[in-house]
Design a protein around this ligand. Structure first.
Ligand SMILES: *Cc1c(COP(=O)(O)O)cnc(C)c1O
Length: 239
């Protein structure tokens, strides 16, 4: 894995991506899944515009950002070249800045945010949302408790602008990623229960889980979107 100070080169990103695709392929084969079920989101929060562009040149078509500031710059410049995913905590009053721009929000975790999205989206426009779940129950992690997820999604039934496409979680960092397996499995089981509700605006087919350290395990447990920062585009904040 290439992690250098300064902007990553196209060669760095291509090399990283080739290694990641190999790992994805191996995890899929262990789990009897198809590789095209797994979408790679390049998380560009720690890197420059240039490096985000390198990721697109290397073949990435999904970009993820977690702060409004970086999120807007990158969207302005690269909107035609990738789908945009907002993956960070989203304050309701700031949500309007990305509404209509970001196709996906991975951090829907409360009714006030849902109401804000519903109010601001007009003309039949929709936003694809992942409901964020704090499966580990760590106090420091965002998201709904697992037990709150189904009642929350049921309350969204009449929200015409919100499409619950899936569930998202962040596992705690573990030296041994194998330890995260149980959390990913719980999220998958919860996803299956939401899907079984058959609620029209909550098809809930996707699982956004797995980061640089644990994506192989997440894929074995059913991830359909993995969110990769450091291992794919590096971290330029110490440059
Ligand atoms: C930063 C971030 C990632 C990527 O983290 P890496 O460990 O660098 O791959 C993924 N998901 C979320 C929500 C993040 O904030």
């Amino acid at each position: 894995m290439q992690i250098r100070k300064g902007n990553s080169t196209l060669g760095d990103v291509e090399e990283n991506l080739a290694g990641i695709k190999q790992t994805v392929a191996e995890a899929c084969s262990r789990a009897g899944r198809r590789e095209d079920e797994v979408h790679i989101i390049a998380v560009t929060k720690y890197v420059s515009m240039e490096t985000a562009e390198r990721a697109i040149e290397a073949g990435i078509s999904h970009l993820g950002e977690n702060r409004i500031e970086g999120a807007l710059d990158k969207w302005e410049k690269l909107q035609d070249k990738a789908s945009f995913h907002f993956i960070g905590q989203l304050q309701s009053k700031k949500a309007k800045k990305i509404i209509g721009k970001y196709e996906y929000i991975h951090s829907l975790d409360r009714m006030s945010l849902a109401e804000e999205l519903e109010k601001r989206l007009e003309d039949g426009n929709k936003v694809k949302c992942f409901v964020q779940v704090n499966v580990s129950g760590e106090a420091s992690k965002a998201g709904l408790d697992a037990a709150e997820v189904i009642p929350f999604i049921q309350r969204l039934e009449g929200f015409s602008a919100i499409e619950v496409v899936g569930l998202m979680t962040m596992a705690p960092y573990e030296e041994e990623p194998e330890k995260t397996r149980g959390l990913f499995r719980e999220l998958r089981e919860l996803r299956d229960r939401v899907r079984a509700l058959g609620q029209p605006n909550a098809p809930c087919e996707e699982l956004s889980m797995g980061m640089s350290n644990d994506y192989a395990i997440a894929i074995e447990e059913g991830a359909t979107y993995i969110r990769l920062g450091t291992s794919l585009v590096g971290n330029e904040t110490n440059a």
